[in-house]
Design a binder for this molecule. Structure first.
Ligand code: FES
Ligand SMILES: [Fe+2]
Length: 437
């Protein structure tokens, strides 16, 4: 558990908060590229770390992210005209480019140089793998983008989706580094006898209370959850937390699985999850539709909280089906892995008061990550220490996944090569996963 002061410290991310300052050291996923589908398309309201921003794509295809309020007298730049290399405020016609420079000020006399003195808040943007990244930090020259494999595969092979969630970012992230809930929330109705024998799925369903090993790394923290896998062997699920809010979950086969999620705060009580991965093959897509059951999304609106919202939400009890639950066809009665996670983490409230929780041995990774976040934010606030990974993009070349090891193997040493991103292992056979786990 955290005391109330620690809970505030680790969850709040607005400008000037310690955790907000920590996040502003890093590149942050702000939008999907598809939200700005063409040059000079309509601007989009983007809420990020408690700041109201306007995203737009200019005539040259470059992306800008400007503060909502026009520097003149504060009209919202959402209503601006987007044409000829910039956003033009419709109140008095001042125009700003992607770097926030005022490039035209038609309401002033032609000989005025006032426009050279006016700047809009503007955050640099980079596009990669279908994601628009932004840097909201203090450096003149931003650090490099993190070398996340799922976001930087060759020839447009990366893909990304986004889902909004109505709760604090840390609640979302903690759900993703909590392996223990898989055997209940997602697969509580399934029986080991129905899983293909000697597969990851079989071992997961057979023993729902794994043991854990955790350790700190240069980019964050890593855990291995292990349970028996036949005589003298363990099935290990190895997963990553990478600063400041990235996760790599262990659902596939270590060495073959490429995955990354970002749990990005929109403000303290809302977040956007960005899910980056290789483009699925048609077979895999069919598998995902059948087993993972991705949530249906409502059409995006132009509101601050209007992007990537789920059809299943608190107002309709996430389309909970008590009959299916009673027949034990679905443990939670809620359909779809993501929707189940969404329902449960939102049900904890906008910012859960962690002074009231009772942590068990399965929460060891959650505890470790909180501790690291707090310590790193404190080191930055008190000593100006750059937080982990900011200047080491290569530290993000990580993978997660499952593996069978001999019981006396050192899980860190034995998996060193397989955890390396950008290395092909065509010899490894993913059929040992045995379905979705
Ligand atoms: S408020 Fe934007 S130009 Fe006047
Ligand atoms: Fe989950």
């Amino acid at each position: 558990m955290l005391n109330k002061e620690q809970n505030e410290y680790v969850t709040r991310v607005g400008p000037g908060t310690p955790m907000g300052d920590l996040m502003r050291q890093y590149w942050i996923p702000a939008m999907l590229s598809s939200e700005l589908p063409r040059p000079d398309c309509p601007p989009v309201r983007v809420l990020l770390l408690g700041e109201r921003l306007i995203g737009f794509r200019d005539t040259d295809g470059k992306v800008g992210l400007l503060g909502d309020h026009c520097p003149h007298r504060g009209a919202s730049l959402f209503y601006a005209r987007n044409d000829d290399r910039g956003l033009r405020c419709v109140y008095h016609g001042w125009k700003f480019d992607v770097r926030g420079r005022c490039v035209d000020m038609p309401s002033e006399p032609p000989d005025s140089t006032f426009k050279d003195k006016v700047r809009a808040t503007a955050y640099p943007c980079e596009e990669r793998g279908g994601v628009i990244w932004t840097y909201m930090g203090p450096r003149e020259v931003p650090p490099p983008l993190p070398d996340l494999e799922a976001n930087r595969l060759p020839d447009g092979q990366s893909t990304a989706i986004a889902y909004a969630r109505d709760c604090n970012w840390l609640q979302g992230l903690e759900g993703d580094i909590d392996t223990a809930h898989i055997g209940f929330l997602h697969f509580g109705s399934e029986d080991a006898a129905d899983a293909p024998p000697d597969t990851f799925r079989y071992y997961t369903l057979k023993d729902r209370a794994p043991r854990y090993a955790v350790l700190d790394t240069e980019y964050g923290s890593m855990y291995g959850a292990y349970r028996p896998a036949g005589p003298g062997r363990y099935y290990w699920r190895i997963a990553q937390f990478l600063f400041p809010f990235f996760t790599m979950t262990p659902t596939g086969l270590l060495g073959r699985q490429v995955i990354c999620r970002a749990w990005v705060p929109m403000d303290d009580e809302h977040m956007m999850m960005f899910f980056m991965r290789p483009k699925p093959t048609p077979d895999l897509e069919e598998f995902i539709q059948r087993h993972v059951k991705p949530p249906k999304l409502l059409p995006n609106t132009t509101g601050w909280l209007g992007r990537f919202r789920l059809e299943a939400n608190e107002d309709n009890d996430y389309l909970l089906d008590r009959d299916r639950q009673e027949r034990n066809e679905e443990y939670s009665g809620i359909e779809g892995i993501h929707t189940q996670d969404q329902a449960i983490t939102e049900s904890m409230g906008p910012i859960y008061d962690r002074s009231r929780e009772h942590l068990g041995s399965s929460d060891v990774m959650v505890i470790r990550v909180r501790r690291r976040l707090i310590a790193s934010a404190r080191a930055l606030a008190e000593h100006g220490t750059p937080p982990p990974g900011v200047d080491q993009p290569e530290a993000y070349r990580q993978r997660s996944g499952g593996i069978i090891l001999d019981e006396d193997a050192d899980w860190v040493e034995a998996t060193r090569d397989l955890r390396q991103a950008f290395v092909a292992h065509p010899d490894l056979d993913p059929s040992i996963v045995g379905g979705f786990v």
